[in-house]
Design a protein around this ligand. Structure first.
Ligand code: ADP
Ligand code: MG
Length: 803
């Protein structure tokens, strides 16, 4: 422990402490004065700038240093009332400055109440639905409150150790938090005292009050003192009575500054939609990105799996613009890094889920593209609200399948969203289907992501509440699967489940994940597995089977782990319930999930079209494309056979011989002609006669040519022989003359030639070899004088005459 006589440290601290107490005393006086001024604010007069309001010196300083001077509409209406202690339901368009509308009253009200320092306890709790938004609110709080205020403020959003947060919480005056994490502290941290809490703020209040967070919020409120001030803000705020009673609001002021406005979205936002059938969405998206490389684009999908798949596949295709992706299941550090990267980027494209739909204030986003239709008009409003913030311009494009168009437009109209149709220019539309297919073919892990993306999309359609917009039977799912590069649509079996519970399940899964991530450091990359500690010890092998690509698992293992594959089911495990019929979906693949088929084996990829019969336990049969009979897999050896391309080729049927005509068209060797044409040419017998006759003529002509050729060859032979004989005679003489070796060689060559087709032939026994069917009798020269008798002989004689 530090002792008082260690001067070098204690003296400055003492001085500092003294200065602080002095300041507090001054602040007390200030606070009293301010309190008077606040109670005298005329709520009917219009305030245009922060200087019109009775604010403490540190807040004024903070606002000045952040360059905030004029009040926005919501700030002008909400801040004076909040300073006077009223409960508020604040509604104003996206990007209209709601954050300051509650941050300033929080700082001021705590300041005037002198709720400062570690002894004062927690004075204000600000709840945000997402971690990213909580961080952003905290930044604003720090910017405005960091110029002389002495509050201890902190973030409690998970991602850090519980103990670390616990220690910090006990000293905090203002906490910015997410519902799940703060509830965990309220219920588990004994030193966390909220008895002095004066203010509760819910940003994006409608979201926090909806089904996903219902239980948490109700539980949090149970811990809080009832005599507090409550502020609720959102762009889509309602005065739902049930919410008011749940939060025990006291005569709340409903401040809706844009209620009378013609549009629920910012004036500076241009909104359009394109009708693009589901299977063409990715083509349209790719074409759009290609034509907007010098922009900052935010792209929304309905599920994290879609985000991952499209991000991964587009990245492979080198789009020429930096790509980023953000989803709830990424690690906290990665999420932070990505939000910062996107904030700082000039040109970038962020693929995201609705985790960034609310509240986030990315600077200068040019485009918001909604590839998947939002679940309702409110979600639409928040998504497009990421651009055109605080008087800046922005554009938003919504992709709609033809079946969604009518329903979604009527929903948007009801919410006063002005939106116009535009068409994609045919010239600019590109098709990436082939590329997607070849990428999925080459990269099994991408194909696996694609299958996941498909099932999660179909699943999201199935659980949509608004059945007038989302009519699942109208979507061309088979074509959609092939547009993702998949060889077929993975089959999805719908189990009985109440779709209304799905949203809650989804949220809880996200929150539980967040908890387990920080609690046990057990998070495993992006997938963010839900910890199943409560269900007993998990071995290395359990993890392996949970994470493995299902396509390459042995089939009985697939069966064992299939139920662990879905998040919802993991949740059941967390709740300690049995995995059973309340599971939502069961995915059946048409692609073999077979131990013989390792997906990184190129040969076996050939079998992508193979269909394995569902009965997979006993001997199985498998249809290999190009074979007529199924292959029975009744032994390991047979299964091994599938690994060899050669052996699989052997199983395939023999090919057919084709002939090609002069134009290069292929024909069967024997093509059947049309029967009518055949009859038109006369009776069959007559035709046969005619055919025989014509063929005979053809053969005879060919014979003549052949014989002439044969005769020519014989003549040549004869001449060669004579030449040789002459040469032999000359050679004898030359020998006597003592000719050189060169000439000897020449003789030798001539002999050899003669041996080949001259003399030797003569010596060959005259046994006739059997004639082939196409050969005519060759008339030997010796037999020339024979009497001509047969038809053939007559022919030969004629040929001789002609020759
Ligand atoms: P909302 O919560 O309504 O969507 P934010 O509070 O996030 O909007 O504010 C949107 C943007 O407007 C922020 O970038 C913020 O800095 C800016 N802003 C808010 N109030 C003012 C103001 N009074 N003067 C200038 N800029 C402001
Ligand atoms: Mg906001």
């Amino acid at each position: 422990m530090a002792t008082p006589h260690t001067t070098s440290r204690t003296r400055p601290t003492k001085v500092k402490k003294h200065a602080r107490t002095q300041k507090r005393k001054r602040d007390d006086v200030d606070a009293e004065k301010l309190q008077d001024a606040v109670s005298q604010i005329d709520l009917n007069s219009t305030h245009t700038s922060f200087s019109d309001l009775p604010l403490s010196a540190p807040t004024v300083e903070g606002l000045k240093s952040a360059h905030f001077s004029t009040l926005t509409d919501i700030q002008a209406k909400a801040i004076p009332r909040a300073l006077q202690g009223s409960d508020i339901l604040g509604a104003a368009k996206t990007g209209s400055g709601k954050t300051l509308a509650f941050v300033v009253p929080v700082l001021e009200n705590l300041y005037r109440a002198q709720c400062v320092g570690p002894d004062a306890g927690l004075g204000a709790m600000i709840i945000s639905p997402t971690r990213e938004l909580a961080i952003q609110i905290f930044e604003v709080l720090r910017k405005v409150g960091g110029k002389g205020h002495l509050f201890a403020a902190g973030l409690v959003i998970g991602g850090k150790g519980l103990q670390e947060e616990r220690d910090a919480l006990s000293r905090m005056n203002i906490v910015v938090c997410t519902p799940g994490r703060i509830l965990q502290h309220l219920s588990q941290t004994s030193t966390f005292n909220v008895d002095n809490l004066r203010m509760l703020v819910l940003d994006e209040a409608d979201r926090i009050m909806d089904m996903g967070f219902k239980k948490d919020v109700d539980a949090i409120v149970e811990y809080l003192p009832p005599d507090r001030q409550t502020l609720l803000f959102s762009a889509t705020q309602t005065k739902r009575v049930s919410d008011l009673s749940r939060l025990a609001l006291k005569e709340p002021e409903y401040i809706s500054v844009h209620e009378a406005a013609s549009a629920a979205t910012p004036k500076t936002l241009q909104q359009n939609y394109v009708v693009t059938p589901l299977p063409e969405k990715l083509d349209t998206l790719w074409s759009f990105i290609q034509s907007s490389k010098k922009s900052k684009i935010l792209i929304f999908f309905s599920s994290g799996k879609q985000v991952r798949f499209v991000y991964q596949s587009f990245r492979h295709m080198q789009p020429g613009i930096p790509l980023l992706h953000l989803l709830g299941r990424q690690k906290q550090t990665a999420r932070l890094e990505i939000t910062q990267k996107f904030s700082n980027a000039k040109h970038s494209c962020l693929f995201a889920t609705d985790v960034v739909a609310r509240g986030l204030d990315f600077p200068a986003v040019d485009w918001v593209i909604q590839v998947d239709c939002p679940e309702d008009a409110d979600t639409y409003i928040h998504r497009v609200g990421r651009t055109a913030r605080y008087e800046k311009e922005g554009r938003a494009v919504l992709f709609l399948d033809p079946s969604e168009e009518e329903g979604m437009l009527s929903r948007l109209e009801q919410k006063r969203v002005p939106i116009e149709r535009i068409n994609v220019r045919d010239k600019k539309q590109m098709s990436i289907k082939n590329q997607m297919q070849s990428m999925c073919f080459k990269d099994p892990s991408l194909k696996y992501l694609g299958q996941k993306a498909f099932t999660s999309y179909v699943r999201s359609l199935h659980v949509q509440k608004d059945k007038e917009v989302f009519k699942i039977e109208n979507y061309p799912l088979e074509e959609f699967a092939s547009s993702l590069g998949l060889p077929g649509a993975p089959r999805i079996k719908y189990l009985k489940a109440d779709p209304t519970e799905v949203k809650e399940l989804k949220n809880r899964s996200r929150m539980e994940t967040a908890l387990s991530e920080s609690e046990s450091e057990a998070s495993e990359g992006e997938e963010g597995e839900v910890s199943t500690k409560k269900n007993g010890v998990r071995t290395k092998y359990d993890r392996m089977f949970e994470r493995q690509n299902q396509d390459i698992l042995a089939d009985h293992y697939s069966k064992m782990v299939r139920n662990n594959d879905d998040d919802e089911l993991d949740l059941n495990k967390l709740d300690g319930e049995q995995i059973g019929d309340d599971a939502l979906f069961d995915v059946k693949r048409r692609i073999p999930a077979d131990q013989a088929l390792s997906s990184d084996d190129e040969d076996v990829e050939q079998l992508s079209g193979a269909i394995i019969e569902p009965d997979q336990l006993g001997p199985r049969s498998i249809n290999i494309p190009g074979t007529s009979a199924p292959l029975i897999l009744d032994s390991k050896r047979r299964e091994k056979l599938l690994k060899s391309k050669k052996k699989v080729l052997k199983l395939k049927d023999r090919g057919n011989k084709l002939v090609f005509d002069d134009d290069g068209n292929a024909h069967q060797l024997y093509e059947l002609e049309n029967e009518d044409d055949f009859r038109a040419r006369g009776a069959a017998d007559e035709q046969r006669e005619r055919f025989l006759l014509s063929e005979r003529e053809r053969v005879e002509e060919a014979d003549l040519a052949d014989k002439a050729l044969a005769k020519e060859k014989r003549r040549e032979k004869r001449e060669k022989r004579k030449e040789r004989e002459r040469a032999e005679e000359d050679g004898g003489k030359a020998d006597e003359d003592g000719e050189t070796g060169e000439d000897l060689m020449a003789n030798f060559a001539a002999d050899a030639e003669a041996g080949e087709d001259g003399d030797l032939e003569q010596e060959r026994p005259k046994t006739k070899r059997p004639k082939k069917w196409f050969e005519q009798d060759v008339v030997e020269p010796e037999e020339e004088e024979r009497e001509i008798g047969t038809f053939d002989e007559m022919e030969a004689a004629a040929a001789r005459l002609l020759g």
